[in-house]
Design a protein around this ligand. Sequence first.
Ligand SMILES: Nc1ncnc2c1ncn2[C@@H]1O[C@H](COP(=O)(O)OP(=O)(O)OP(=O)(O)O)[C@@H](O)[C@H]1O
Ligand SMILES: [Mg+2]
Length: 345
Amino acid sequence: MCNSKTLGENMETIKKIKKDDLNTFLKFLDFLNEGIIVIGEDKIILYVNKYAEKVLNIKEGEGKHFSDVIKNNYLYSIISHEYEKDIQEEIIIDDKKFLVKIYHIDGKKFVHLTDITPFELYKQAKKDFVANVSHELKTPIAVLKGVIETLEAEEKDKGKKKFLKIAEKRVNQMNSLINDLLIIARLESKEDKLIKTKIKLKGFVNSIFEDLNPIAEEKNVKLINNIPENFVLYADENKISILLKNLIENAIKYNKVNGLVKVKAFKEKRYSVIEVEDTGIGIPKEALPLIFERFYRVDKSRSRNIGGTGLGLSIVKHIVEAHKGKLEVESQINKGSLFRIKIPN
Ligand SMILES: Nc1ncnc2c1ncn2[C@@H]1O[C@H](COP(=O)(O)OP(=O)(O)OP(=O)(O)O)[C@@H](O)[C@H]1O
Ligand SMILES: [Mg+2]
């Protein structure tokens, strides 16, 4: 794909080209598989390369007002913006997806079009592949898990039992990775819609606490539910359950022995706000922008002893975005972290 800086720099170079060279340069632009349109201050089209003519079905556009030439409504509306800020948008033209970039140089608008359909198809193929493989692995892993658990429960020999425990731990890791990948695949699928209901949050969080109590007990972490009794959240129950489980599980996993996890909720303007706060190890400042990326884990050696694959927070981010909400995090090393989600009412 085109690098915006490079094109901007190219445009600076265009200005320096001698008049004689300009025709040669414009001929070169006709060879590009990317569209270029230059519009003057008076909205008159100064230049259209061959590719842009073909894609936008423009005939002899130069010298005409752009409103007589650009027939695609969305592209027209982007070009019509009066403000001189560079713009980047994706638009559909004849079933193909294009990236449109508009640069403002010396009062002129330089419109640059790139066909990103192959890239989009590649992204979709990658998602489909991961979803299909995860789906195919789900059943064999569930069978393996069942067999290993049964063998382990019946095994008397201490040595063999130890090996079966290791196998059980690994199969559980695979199982949760596959479950996370399937959740992501579902969230990314076009068919996935929000099913919003009124959730009585206090009881809802109590039942998540019950599910996570075994891992909290291992570290003697205290779980505190400070949500008001009558607090109602209007959201997709299934997804909010996944979201809160991930945040509360992290708050326990990355906590200290005898630590605390507090969950709060309140209304603020047009949002329902939920906070999950812990007294754990904290997250370094430079890692904060990265923790929501897939497979990112702070300090891999530290995390290795703590189970997980690094998908939890990317799922959280997906769910918040699906609700058109906001996600914030504050953290202090060795003091703790606070994850805040804001869901529109
Ligand atoms: N409450 C927290 N305190 C400190 N570090 C955290 C906290 N929550 C997340 N992190 C850091 O962010 C990383 C990413 O978190 P995320 O939940 O995505 O993955 P994970 O917990 O490693 O694995 P899983 O996919 O099982 O959730 C973690 O590996 C951890 O380093
Ligand atoms: Mg996690």
